[in-house]
Design a protein around this ligand. Structure first.
Ligand SMILES: NC(=O)c1ccc[n+]([C@@H]2O[C@H](COP(=O)([O-])OP(=O)(O)OC[C@H]3O[C@@H](n4cnc5c(N)ncnc54)[C@H](O)[C@@H]3O)[C@@H](O)[C@H]2O)c1
Length: 363
């Protein structure tokens, strides 16, 4: 039945990044590659205190220092940065192939850690690092910044507030051009879409169904007819829950007219979000009692990076686990690895049964 054309009065949903009340620790950044421009834009705007930068390529670290934190120290060996006692939080942004030993060193040095995504290539390594953080009495979180993309965050908070009732389904689609990776390291990643890119969407689905254990994932990939780079640019995944379903569609070779959408449905209503890209999303909640369309503030890049660091700092201050903890992130990776394996084996896979990212996924 179509929703009545009334405007709902809703509880205020807390979807924006949040800051700790008082805690402003000194932060070290390890890895100063392409993505860290967004980390540092967000931290500077939030007035977070970055005091040291490290990259095996000194020029990369110096360039970030000169642009964002001119007083920061520069290192080429992360172990030197970790010796600085004043640093309490370390943001580790290197690629996953070289990240585990750096995360381990930081935890052993007693630092709280924010790890870039994808968190690990082996779920057992991730479990081990989460255990190590517990033993060290520090927090380990994952920079799954899509959680603070305004539309994902609003939809999740609407679900959490119970506005949709019992969930029936969650469905997302992205139709865009990802061939910009031509000539970069990302072009060598076979499952660029289903793994490196879609992890944010598997993570979104995990946050929408926090209390249901997914039973099976079925996924497929294909090379589209006119693509000229190696990774298959067409991918899809469906996820079975005991009482609901989810689906993800990625058409990554659409050079004209991009479109991105989310639809979550439940026993009391639906919430949908759509627009030409992540930053142009119009969200609308429709229930039997009326409809509501919030005007969202912010953008995924860079505000999502404020969200992940802010939540880690709040969790440290409030002495609790962060919502984007390593353990929580492993649930998203279970879905992602199962999807990658399913697309290779052409059969449904139980999440958690595939412990390592399948080899061909990372050429
Ligand atoms: N939405 C997002 O959060 C998002 C977007 C893009 C990339 N990423 C992720 O961020 C990570 C890095 O991506 P990128 O685009 O910045 O890569 P990049 O290749 O541009 O940068 C990686 C940097 O790490 C440095 N490095 C390598 N080993 C090091 C070590 N031992 N110590 C210190 N520095 C070291 C390299 O010199 C390089 O400067 C990847 O995991 C990627 O998937 C996340």
């Amino acid at each position: 039945m179509p929703a009545k054309p009334t405007t709902l009065s809703l509880p205020k949903l807390s979807y924006l990044p949040h800051d700790p009340k008082k805690y402003r620790p000194k932060i070290g950044l390890v890895g100063c590659g392409g993505i860290t421009s967004y980390h540092l834009q967000a931290y500077k705007a939030a007035e977070y205190d970055v005091v040291a930068l490290c990259d095996i390529n000194r020029e990369a670290a110096e360039a970030r220092r000169d642009e964002f934190y001119p007083d920061a120290k520069v290192f080429t060996d992360h172990r030197e940065l970790l010796k600085l006692e004043e640093i309490e939080v370390v943001d580790i942004t290197t690629h996953p192939e070289v990240r585990n030993p750096i995360v381990e060193d930081a935890l052993l040095a007693g630092k709280h850690v924010l790890s870039q995504k994808p968190f690990v290539l082996d779920l057992d390594d991730g479990q081990r690092l989460a255990d190590l953080a517990d033993q060290q009495g520090v927090l380990l979180a994952v920079n799954q910044n899509g959680r603070w993309a305004p539309h994902f965050s609003y939809v999740r908070e609407a679900v959490r507030a119970g506005l949709l009732g019992d969930l029936v389904g969650a469905h997302c689609g992205v139709h865009w051009d990802h061939s910009w990776v031509r000539g970069s390291e990302f072009e060598k990643v076979y499952h660029l879409i289903l793994y490196d890119f879609a992890i944010h969407w598997f993570d979104f689905i995990t946050t929408i169904f926090p209390d249901q254990t997914p039973e099976r994932v079925y996924a497929s990939v294909a090379r589209s007819a006119n693509q000229d780079i190696m990774p298959p640019l067409v991918a899809q995944a469906t996820i079975e829950y005991p009482h609901a379903q989810a689906s993800l569609v990625f058409d990554a070779n659409v050079p004209q007219g991009g479109w991105e959408h989310v639809l979550v449905s439940g026993s009391r209503g639906v919430i949908r979000s759509e627009g030409i890209d992540s930053d142009s999303q119009r969200v609308e909640l429709l229930t039997d009692e009326g409809s509501f369309s919030p005007k969202l503030e912010g953008t995924w890049f860079p505000d999502g990076f404020h969200g992940t660091m802010g939540e880690l700092l709040c969790a440290i201050e409030e002495k609790r686990q962060p919502t984007h903890s390593a353990r929580n992130n492993l649930r998203s990776l279970e879905l992602c690895f199962a999807a990658v394996a399913s697309s290779l084996r052409h059969e449904p896979i139980k999440p958690g049964s595939v412990r390592k990212l399948p080899e061909s996924a990372h050429a």
